[in-house]
Design a protein around this ligand. Structure first.
Ligand code: SF4
Length: 259
């Protein structure tokens, strides 16, 4: 079992760094507590698979107990190859995480017009909410990391005229369900290292809407900014808790400028 291979004393430093940073985010934002049930949204990419590993190892090492279950949304339009499905199933079984493939329509019933990654993500989130409700689970963990959060902030700031991001803990339906992002303090480079050193069974869909992903287009700009300050992602993240309250008196002006 992969979790037996990486018991605490035998854990290599690069993996330990990843786990500690994940733990930092979990603890700082009070994401997962003793007795919680957590539904993991698995996309098949390095982020969600690394997250599955981290939560499974933490469950084994720490004196707290929580249940993990995974959901993999499979679009009818882009079926996952049987070999990839098998590899994911074996990996999750090694982590002792029960899982389901949710085969669904990529386009929501209300969909009209041009499809893009943003709509796709919203649809996926809706499916995960339904699954959490079916299983009576109140926390959904997603694999968004620090780079994703910084990219979302810049997209919203530069292209949508607002200052917001994907928060580490987000409440939905008046607190009925929470989305938690345990990798919120982990850099993408750290996640990539873990995924490649452990040969995690990542797969990618040959989806033609790939180029509508704004995140990919904003990434080079953050990389460029990190040449000025390597901690630019951390600064963008921290800015969400460092807002000058005096400006809130002028909130209505923003709407006028954007009209
Ligand atoms: S690339 Fe395709 S599957 Fe991936 S988020 Fe975009 S629309 Fe969805």
């Amino acid at each position: 079992m992969i979790t037996d291979r990486y018991t605490s004393p035998a854990c290599p430093p690069w993996l330990m760094r990843f786990l500690k940073q994940t733990g930092l985010g979990i603890n700082k934002f009070g994401m997962i507590k003793n007795g919680d049930s957590v539904l993991l949204g698995i996309s098949g990419g390095k982020d969600s698979l690394s997250l599955a590993l981290a939560l499974s190892l933490r469950r084994k090492w720490l004196p707290i107990s929580y249940t993990l279950r995974a959901a993999i949304v499979e679009w009818k339009q882009f079926p996952i190859k049987p070999a990839d499905k098998n590899a994911i199933s074996c990996f999750l079984a090694e982590l002792d995480i029960d899982h389901d493939f949710l085969v669904r329509d990529m386009f929501p019933a209300s969909f009209r017009g041009k499809f893009n990654c943003y709509l796709c993500s919203r649809n996926r989130k809706r499916i995960l909410f339904e699954e959490a409700d079916r299983l009576d689970i109140k926390k959904i963990a997603l694999g968004h990391h620090l780079d994703d959060i910084a990219e979302t902030t810049l997209i919203n700031l530069c292209l949508r005229g607002n200052f917001s991001t994907m928060m580490p803990v987000q409440s939905f339906f008046k607190g009925k369900v929470f989305i938690v992002r345990p990798l919120c303090m982990v850099r993408e480079s750290t996640v990539s290292l873990v995924a490649s050193r452990l040969s995690l069974p990542c797969y990618a869909l040959a989806c033609p809407h790939h180029e509508t992903n704004l995140r990919l287009r904003i990434k080079p700009y953050i990389k460029e900014l990190s040449r000025i300050d390597p901690r630019v992602r951390e600064h963008i993240f921290a800015a969400h808790w460092n807002i000058n309250g005096e400006y809130s008196d002028y909130a209505n002006i923003a709407h006028e400028i954007l009209e």
